[in-house]
Write a protein that binds this ligand. Structure first.
Ligand SMILES: [Fe+2]
Length: 325
């Protein structure tokens, strides 16, 4: 499923609000703006004191308007509103678990995109923390198997989509391996969302290049773990384990990874966990220069060429997990 139409774009000074979370009986009492599809400018759509009718919402959906915007003066109120509505969504027993996860993923992908576009680490951290605690509540249920999860994900080549997918998969694998207690799964999810944060400091031209990268470009792209480490290294709200995920997720147990060719146990267990699902996720997602591989193709490529530098116990567990439905 393509997700591009669901993604909010950052408008400086405004907070995006997913239309999917609005209902006629509960609309935030703030001025709401809509993006003009031709000029890209925001225009007042509905003043705070005006009611919103079900037909208005219907019209927004029909015109594929997935996001409205509030000014940043109302940022905190809007964040509380979104959080409350997502809370209700994930507890909604009238929807299947798959439907709830699908809707949650769609909304959080847009919110995280908007946070990444600010290039503001505080904003990314806030967004990552909120998303992690919501997602883990669905992901740690016994009836949510890793195989099911994969069929619900988007597969675009976007750093945000990749980061979310890796985050969900890390939670599923950590849970199946019992690598951490349930109370630590949210921290694992946040580490997954943040693992490629260093890419915010790498040029978009390199990240979205249609051809394979040249050697010099590859060296620039491979700086992202160190750039991420630098960005998060001094923060008190990032744990050592999370920081190691950012710094070591491209290390390989056989010493053939980067940035410093660490080997075996020198690589933090959370980073080894991330490496397994990071390789897998990259294979099952579209790339500018190739289409995605099927699940079986991805596993057979990993078996033949890529699993040498991965933690074998984790990799074997992942193979079993994704075949479980
Ligand atoms: Fe990476």
């Amino acid at each position: 499923m393509a997700s591009t139409s669901t993604i909010a774009t950052q408008c400086l000074g405004y907070t995006p609000i997913p239309v999917a979370l609005l209902s006629a009986d509960e609309v935030p009492a703030v001025d709401l703006y809509r993006k003009d599809s031709e000029t890209g400018r925001l225009r007042l759509y509905r003043a705070a004191n005006l009611p919103m009718q079900p037909e208005d919402l219907q019209r927004l959906i029909e015109s594929e308007t997935n996001w409205l915007y509030a000014t940043d003066i109302d940022h905190d109120e809007m964040q509380r509103f979104i959080r409350r509505k997502l809370d209700v969504l994930i507890r909604d027993e009238t929807l299947s678990l798959r439907d709830r996860f699908g809707k949650l993923n769609q909304v959080v992908e847009g919110l995280l995109t908007s946070a990444f576009q600010t290039n503001d680490t505080d904003e990314v951290m806030r967004s990552a923390g909120n998303i992690s605690s919501l997602a883990v509540r669905l992901l740690c249920r016994d009836d949510m198997a890793a195989g099911d999860l994969i069929s619900l994900l988007h597969h675009d080549y976007l750093t945000v989509t990749h980061s979310l997918n890796v985050s969900y998969m890390m939670v599923a694998l950590a849970r199946d391996l019992r690598l951490v207690g349930n109370d630590e799964l949210t921290a694992v999810a946040t580490a997954g969302i943040l693992h490629d944060i260093g890419k915010l400091s790498v040029s978009e031209r390199i990240l979205t290049k249609n051809d394979r990268l040249q050697r010099r470009e590859q060296r620039v792209a491979q700086k992202h773990p160190a750039l991420g480490f630098r960005r998060l290294g001094k923060r008190t709200d990032v744990s050592y384990a999370q920081l190691m995920v950012v710094y070591q997720h491209h290390e390989r147990t056989n010493g053939k990874g980067y940035p410093v060719s660490a080997v075996g146990d020198e690589i933090h267990p959370w980073a080894r966990l991330c490496s397994v699902v990071n390789v897998f996720e990259s294979l099952i997602s579209n790339r500018p220069y190739r289409a995605r591989y099927s699940l079986n193709e991805a596993l057979s490529m990993m078996d033949q060429h890529l699993s040498d530098g991965l933690d074998q116990e984790m990799y074997q567990c992942w193979k079993q997990s994704i075949r479980k439905k």
